[in-house]
Design a protein around this ligand. Structure first.
Ligand code: GBH
Length: 500
């Protein structure tokens, strides 16, 4: 299995490799209506009884809006060279639309955060959209279901962000996980805006078509924002821009059965190829999707295809786990979004898809991560920025910060050794990987899981008014791992520091 600290991985990463932690505005900022911020679909959704498993809202989260200076000091102490965060559209343009006023206080917050990071030698990776659509756009015209109106509003939002921050921000991500946004929000309906017509659901929406319409809007609006950046900003600001996609690795349940081998490949194309083929590949949706979904899947106009193809300077990669996938004879029906496959926790031989975290969907599988890095590289030949990877660990909810003991999260340390070891192995095999961001900086508000999933490099005391952060052992181990992996340029001192 891959191990980051193995001797053969010493100094395999480029000197300008970016590593750090990633966050999202709606999960950390709190201050949901402070200083003129408008409501987002998650502010609203989290207040609907029954939607969030612990009954919490994201109104306060980790209070990162108020505590950003202390957070930057913690990042510095952990030794990162980069930090990935997202902008809340409704903080910058409270009503979201192209003719609506800009909230200078909201822009100032992000400008101050970028300055604070720069002053501490930390590079900003900025995501424009991490799921928190302004509620006003949802109310006005159904948000992303109205492609034309939405694109005009997203273009203006992007332009405002590039104008205000692009002198200092050189790494832009348009969308975080467009596939998760649309499937969880418009098929399962377990995320905002909570639309679903699946059996047993009593919500608005048409799950057979809306997820694919929204995905199309995300792709085309992403491409419009990239065009704006490349034409109006890149010549002077000289940054890079791209999109971040989520993907599990899918392995065949029975590797001797060609039907399962094909099903696993189909699973990868349905999840990743859905967005990546139009952007980095053929310029169209994968043939296997068209075959099963027919006209449920929109068609790219020639203009859209020309705009979308090539619209990303890098492949932004989020990945956490691996699935075993089986072929299913029964054809895909109106409620299938992944085609005629089923996924499993064990393979035919009874081997588990990985060690269990505290989160049902997530099991640790570094070998699968390595296979996925190769799959993406071989199919798309684009430099990869890993923008999220991480895990929960069992038992952390019971940790007592007053115990006097340091939180020793062995499971997460092993996870990082394995997954970052896969990064190092892939680089030795010729894959061009330029960043690694651990999800996430501190324990946070995990969408529908509320405060029950602790993905943080620091444990947060959510009961305390200051949301006190306590670094976990793994957060410092990351520094040691990247110290081992990143090749040094003469004269550049290591930035990580050890603790205790
Ligand atoms: C990332 O998504 C997100 O970008 C990030 O904001 C989030 O906090 C992080 O993961 C950790 O959750 O419960 O069986 O319905 C990762 C992709 C897709 C994984 C939805 C969990 C739900 C599975 N996620 N999936 S289930």
């Amino acid at each position: 299995p891959p191990i980051a600290s193995s001797p053969e991985n010493a100094s395999v990463l480029r000197p300008d490799f970016h590593w750090g932690f990633a966050t999202a505005a709606a999960q950390v900022e709190g201050a949901w209506n402070a200083d003129g911020k408008g409501e987002s679909i998650w502010d609203k959704f989290s207040r609907i009884p029954g939607k969030i498993i612990d009954g919490s809202t994201n109104a306060d989260a980790t209070r990162a809006y108020d505590l950003y200076k202390a957070d930057v000091q913690l990042l510095k102490k952990l030794g990162v060279n980069s930090y990935r965060f997202s902008l809340a559209w409704s903080r910058i343009i409270p009503l979201g639309g192209k003719d609506d006023p800009v909230n200078e206080a909201g822009l100032n917050y992000y400008s101050n955060l970028v300055d604070e990071l720069l002053a501490n030698d930390i590079t900003s990776f900025v995501t424009l959209f991490h799921w928190d659509t302004p509620q006003a756009l949802e109310d006005r015209y159904g948000g992303m279901l109205d492609q034309a109106r939405y694109i005009a509003d997203f273009e203006r939002y992007a332009r405002v962000c590039f104008t205000a921050l692009g002198d200092r921000v050189k790494h832009w991500i348009t969308y975080n996980e467009p596939g998760v946004y649309t499937l969880a929000g418009y098929a399962a309906g377990v995320h905002a805006p909570g639309r679903s017509s699946l059996p047993g659901r009593d919500d608005p929406g048409d799950s057979s078509t809306e997820p694919f319409i929204v995905a199309h809007t995300e792709l085309v609006s992403h491409a419009h924002a990239v065009k704006i950046y490349r034409e109006e900003f890149k010549p002077t600001q000289k940054g890079v821009i791209g999109i971040t996609l989520h993907g599990n690795f899918s392995a065949p349940w029975d590797e001797d059965d060609p039907k399962d081998v094909e099903a696993a490949e189909r699973a990868l194309q349905f999840e990743i190829g859905w967005f990546a083929d139009p952007v980095y590949g053929s310029g169209d949706y994968p043939a296997c999707m068209r075959e099963q979904l027919g006209d449920r899947l929109p068609h790219f106009t020639p203009e859209e295809k020309a705009l979308v193809q090539g619209s990303s300077d890098f492949y932004g990669m989020n990945s956490y786990t691996t699935l075993y996938v089986r072929h299913r004879d029964q054809p895909a029906d109106i409620n299938d979004h992944k085609g005629n496959i089923t996924s499993h926790d064990t393979n035919k031989a009874g081997v588990s898809r990985g060690a269990e975290s505290a989160t049902a969907w997530l099991r640790s599988n570094p070998a699968g991560f390595l296979s996925l890095l190769h799959w993406i590289w071989n199919r798309y030949h684009t430099p990869i920025y890993i923008t999220e990877n991480g895990t929960t660990a069992k038992g952390e909810e019971d940790w007592d910060p007053t115990s006097g003991f340091w939180l020793d999260d062995t499971f997460r340390q092993d996870f990082f050794e394995g997954y970052i070891g896969a990064v190092a192995d892939a680089v030795r095999n010729g894959v061009d990987i330029r960043s690694y961001f651990a999800w996430t900086f501190t324990d946070n508000w995990e969408w529908a899981a509320g405060f029950t999933d602790r993905f943080g490099g620091s444990w947060v005391d959510f009961e305390s008014s200051e949301k006190t952060r306590y670094p976990k052992k793994s957060a410092f181990e990351l520094g040691r791992i990247f110290e081992h992996l990143i090749r040094k340029e003469a004269g550049v001192e290591a930035r990580w520091c050890s603790v205790q």
